[in-house]
Design a protein around this ligand. Sequence first.
Ligand code: TZP
Ligand code: MG
Length: 224
Amino acid sequence: FAPQRRYDPALLRRQLALYAVTDPGCNDRTGRSMAEAVAAAVAGGATIIQLREKDTEGGAFLRAAAEALPICRAAGVPLIINDRVDVALAVGAEGVHVGQGDLPAAVVRALIGPSRILGVSCKTPEEARAAVAAGADYLGSGAALPTGTKDTGVIGWSGIRAVCEAAAPVPVVAIGGVGRDNAGEAVASGCAGVAVVSAIFGALDAEEAARGIREAVEAALQRG
Ligand code: TZP
Ligand code: MG
């Protein structure tokens, strides 16, 4: 009997630098398949991938995850599944990401065990403290800025900073309207990295887009 170990927090923090979040709507517009989109993001330097396949049923979601997993594994990039604990466990993904309306974070932690990554979306310091207490490994916080990708409230960089302070030392990624030009602001606000949908997956050259954002994050992390 070998006790399961927690996913290494220092490794996870580094892997949160550029968190690429898939979107079927972006792929419809660019004509890329989900696998092509993931491969391009990873080639450009995405350090972690989330499959966020809203409106995709379980069977199709599982097939998408099974396609994405070897692409991510080959690059040493963790694969996180949005919302669906069952899909994450069935495919053997590294983790699950849930929002405030999904299964409670503590329940997800109990289901996935200690060694898989648990991410939780938080808009406020109160939500951040609860998610950390429930066993979150990282938080996603936003929308940092207005975005057409999701209809959600904007909390701004001050809101992101408040979540980072409440979550510490648990790392936070900013999401919503984030790209190359403002990735540095996310890091300056206390984030370990940025979570990006359209600035990568909506770009004509997703690989080049990812590369540019990764460079901006790394430069900001170097500045400290
Ligand atoms: N959660 C808060 S904003 C958002 C999510 C999933 C969408 C972010 O998309 P984009 O295109 O990177 O602004
Ligand atoms: Mg959700």
